[in-house]
Design a protein around this ligand. Structure first.
Ligand SMILES: [Zn+2]
Length: 465
């Protein structure tokens, strides 16, 4: 069966200090209800919206990062509908039906070898919030007017797995621009899905990117089982029930016409000058794809390791911080991607560890002050306490036996037990006896693999005398 999925993503422009059309603070989370409103974001008669210039800048950054075109000018529309969280009874948004009005159009993101087309990106305001408590519903307008980007894709996805990869990549791009998709309620995703060119079903209300894949998997199996029974799929809107992990039917689908878009006459046409786009382009932070290219081609990381780092901006930043202090990209990357990431997955957070910690640990390793086994112990302690490796090493009393001391211990063991040396020369399998003796002297503070390697080297030199 041929599955087609398209996405509509809403994402708040989180770094902004004020709302989209007024000077109210954009910091609305955990604030006293309706404490952060004014005549503009409440849409009182006579109030005039004024576009936040920084919102436009961030929108252009996202538009450029998603390879969209930018029109010469943009306009705003009133999308009319009645809902308690919308005090004006219309939302100020953009609308492309009478020519391009939105800040971005016709873009794309590459996922592996396929291209996911972006139909449009528009700038709009978030409505207020309805808060349900016991048997009552309260309305909090603090969120009303928060700057929002709507990103709409073409129906280019044929499986939920690719949707997940796309959303991860999009989150990562947003994070690189400075938008925080992890902030509660900052991103929401709707998906539309059809099978074999049948009716389209919209899934709304998926409040976390992580749940989109689950909602789509559920919806595909629901539709497939109906099709097998010969039941036609209805065009409808369903919402994702997070608690039961199912999609359930909601109100009947509104048609676009129901909204009756009017041009927003209170906001003039805004010219987007080439100069402005050029300036934003030049000041833009490095995007994930550019970073991948640099990590692989300039720092010689493997494609796999570089991708794992880049998928997690915190780890990538940590890697770069460490690299500034100690120049061993491969070793630093390996520790972050394998051991440290393992801790992050198990514990959920590794906040106490910074690039400085990793740099110091890898430097100690490179200077032969510690061995790998001890580095692992130090890393575990670092994650727990946040102490620097130099402090941990003192507390754990785990100073490594360095190469020189190890060599002299091996020399001593060779002298003491000539019979074992002769045995080892004849039969390499008996080498373990010597290894055990050396380990006893080093009290287990040195890697067995390093001891074996050094004993083999010494046996080789004896062989040819
Ligand atoms: Zn306001």
């Amino acid at each position: 069966m041929n599955v087609k999925i398209g996405l509509e993503i809403h994402c708040q422009i989180t770094p902004l200090k004020s709302k989209l059309f007024c000077f109210c603070s954009s910091d609305y989370r955990d604030k006293e209800s309706n404490s952060n409103i004014c005549s503009i974001c409440m849409g009182l008669p006579g109030s005039l919206p004024l576009l936040n210039r920084d919102a436009l800048k961030y929108a252009i950054m996202v538009v450029l990062a998603l390879n969209c075109n930018i029109p010469k000018s943009i306009t705003f529309y009133r999308k009319n509908y009645f809902y308690p969280d919308l005090p004006k009874n219309f939302q100020i948004t953009q609308y492309n039906a009478y020519g391009i009005s939105s800040i971005g159009f016709n873009g794309s993101i590459k996922i592996d070898e396929r291209e996911i087309r972006i139909r449009r990106i528009q700038l709009e305001e978030d409505p207020g919030r309805i808060v349900y408590e016991l048997n009552s519903a309260y309305i909090d307008y603090n969120r009303s007017g928060i700057p929002l980007l709507e990103i709409v894709t073409e129906p280019d996805f044929d499986e939920p797995r690719i949707v997940r990869i796309f959303l991860n990549k999009l989150s990562n791009i947003l994070a690189h621009i400075g938008i925080d998709p992890e902030l509660k309620g900052a991103v929401r995703c709707d998906a539309n899905i059809s099978i074999d060119e049948g009716n389209r079903v919209e899934i709304k209300n998926v409040n976390s990117f992580k749940d989109v894949e689950k909602a789509l998997l559920f919806e595909i199996s629901r539709q497939k089982s109906l099709i097998m029974k010969g039941i036609e799929i209805k065009a409808e809107t369903r919402h994702w029930d997070d608690a039961r992990k199912v999609t359930v039917q909601s109100r009947t689908k509104e048609e676009e016409e129901d909204y009756r878009y009017f041009p927003e006459a209170d906001i003039p046409v805004i010219e987007i000058e080439e100069e402005m786009i050029r300036e934003i382009k030049n000041s833009m932070p490095e995007m994930p794809d550019e970073k991948l290219d640099r990590f692989v081609n300039k720092l010689n990381l493997s494609h796999n390791i570089a991708s794992i780092l880049i998928d997690n901006k915190r780890l990538a930043d940590m890697f770069e911080d460490a690299l500034k202090i100690h120049n061993n990209a491969r070793e630093i990357a390996n520790w972050i991607v394998s051991d440290l990431k393992g801790y992050e997955e198990r514990l959920g957070s590794i906040e106490k560890v910074s690039g400085k910690h990793i740099a110091e640990m890898v430097k100690m390793l490179d200077d032969n002050i510690i061995n790998r086994q001890m580095a692992k112990m130090i890393l575990a302690e670092m994650v727990k306490s946040g102490d620097m490796p130099s402090i941990i090493i003192r507390e754990l009393d785990v100073e490594s036996v360095n190469d020189k001391t190890l060599m002299s211990i091996i020399d001593k063991v060779f002298e003491e037990d000539r019979k074992a040396v002769e045995d080892a020369l004849k039969n390499e399998k008996t080498i373990n006896f010597l290894v055990g003796k050396v380990m006893k002297h080093t009290k287990g503070k040195t890697d067995a693999s390093l001891i074996i390697e050094m004993i083999k080297k010494k046996l080789n030199t004896i062989k040819y005398i």
